[in-house]
Design a protein around this ligand. Structure first.
Ligand code: GLA
Length: 389
């Protein structure tokens, strides 16, 4: 059990006396509804069974001591509760510190420091929300250890707030919401306009969700992501001159076509087109899933990829190769880039009998064209955060 390894490491580094608790929060994969969450649209992610483990124990002073089993080189990192500022070289510690800082900003102050050991089994930089899972596990730990009165939905909002204001990534709510509100064998159909949501069972009779890691992480991902946000916001401003909407998610495809000429910049127009059509695709996809029409669901996933590739331009050559090759394989129901983009993973729904061919063919083509061997994860849909020990 992973929690035992994390506990053993904790004992080795910090001693095993006192009350040490261990927590887990999952990563997520988004099935459809990409770059819609900051445009007032719908998303359809699910929590995974991989994520971030955290062992924690209270201290008697005001020091936070962090150690990550994934980044062992810097060793134990110490930060005072009285000096919580984003650190340029802080990298991963900025996530848990940002959450503690956000709790304090809401009046939930820590009366002592903590010793913390972390371990994550989400491949780093894969676009499966390792950072959101780290934020949510931190919030869940704080709630449990200090008795703060927060719901899991609050944990998602606090995680997003800290990522926006402490870490400088202007992300939407999807990743933190999926991690904090995950439910085994269900995806979450979330309307980001008002945070209303329903769970939809993922019953893929005879098929599985396969995540393929391109092993590509482009630089400047955060700035490119923030650019997309700004471009969508500008398109919305232009549209607001001609129609009374609060977000792009309010428009149907027909309404968008009617008003789109008010968006002055051609690039911004394509960004808005993606946001509007992707939102409608997500609504249609969830309907299709409810009607057990998995073929339609798959076609909408493929269309989502095309739109991200051509209109939103958040795909990359490597993920295009993975998705486009997948589309050729009989038994692949749908395949698309997932998450923020510019690298990371594709998500595919693949019939059981086609999984081996899928892996073989994608590996062959990717090795030929990119010179790397992609990684495959046949994923399970898991629950939200929990205390393990
Ligand atoms: C990242 C962000 C999310 C969302 C996706 C794109 O994962 O953290 O809020 O915008 O990109 O759908």
């Amino acid at each position: 059990m992973i929690e035992n390894d994390v506990l053993a490491k904790f004992g080795e580094l910090f001693g095993d006396e006192g009350e040490i608790r261990v927590y887990f929060a999952p990563g997520r994969v988004n099935l459809i509804g990409e770059h819609t969450d900051y445009n007032g649209g719908h998303v359809f992610p699910c929590a995974l069974t991989i994520g971030t483990y955290m062992a924690a124990r209270k201290r008697t002073d005001r020091t936070l001591r962090f150690y990550s089993m994934n980044f062992e080189k810097p060793g134990v990192i110490e930060i005072s509760l009285d000096e919580m500022k984003p650190k340029e070289d802080g990298e991963w510690t900025n996530y848990p510190v940002g959450v503690i800082w956000a709790f304090e900003g809401r009046g939930m102050k820590l009366d002592c420091g903590l010793d913390i050991v972390l371990y994550g089994n989400i491949p780093n930089g894969s676009g499966l929300s390792s950072s959101a899972s780290l934020e949510v596990v931190t919030g869940y730990m704080l709630k449990d250890m200090f008795g703060f009165d927060v719901t899991n939905q609050d944990l998602a909002l606090i995680g997003q707030y800290s990522e926006n204001n402490f870490n400088g990534c202007n992300c939407g709510i999807m990743d933190q919401f999926a991690s904090a509100m995950g439910k085994k064998d269900n995806a979450i159909f979330l309307d980001t306009a008002d945070l209303s949501y329903t769970y939809a069972p993922i019953a893929l009779e005879g098929a599985k969700i396969v995540v393929t890691n391109s092993l590509v992480k482009h630089s400047l991902v955060t700035s490119a992501y923030n650019d997309r946000r700004n471009e969508s916001a500008q398109a919305l401003k232009d549209l607001q001159e001609v129609c009374g909407i609060k977000s792009l998610g309010e428009l149907t495809e027909e309404e968008f076509e009617k008003y789109k000429s008010s968006i002055k910049d051609e690039t911004n127009r394509r960004r808005a087109k993606h946001a509007v059509y992707e939102n409608q695709r997500t609504i249609k996809a969830v309907d299709a899933l409810k009607n057990k029409d998995i073929e339609t669901f798959g076609k909408l996933m493929n269309a989502s990829h095309v739109s991200l590739r051509d209109d939103y331009e958040t795909s990359c050559e490597e993920c295009d190769i993975l998705a486009e090759e997948a589309w050729k394989i009989p038994g692949v129901i749908g395949s698309r880039i997932t998450g923020g983009g510019f690298g990371g993973c594709t998500v595919s729904i693949v019939k059981d009998e086609a999984i081996d061919t899928f892996k073989e063919q994608l590996t062959k083509v990717y090795e030929e064209k990119v010179g790397k061997t992609p990684e495959f994860y046949v994923v399970e849909v898991g629950d939200g955060p929990s205390r393990l020990v």
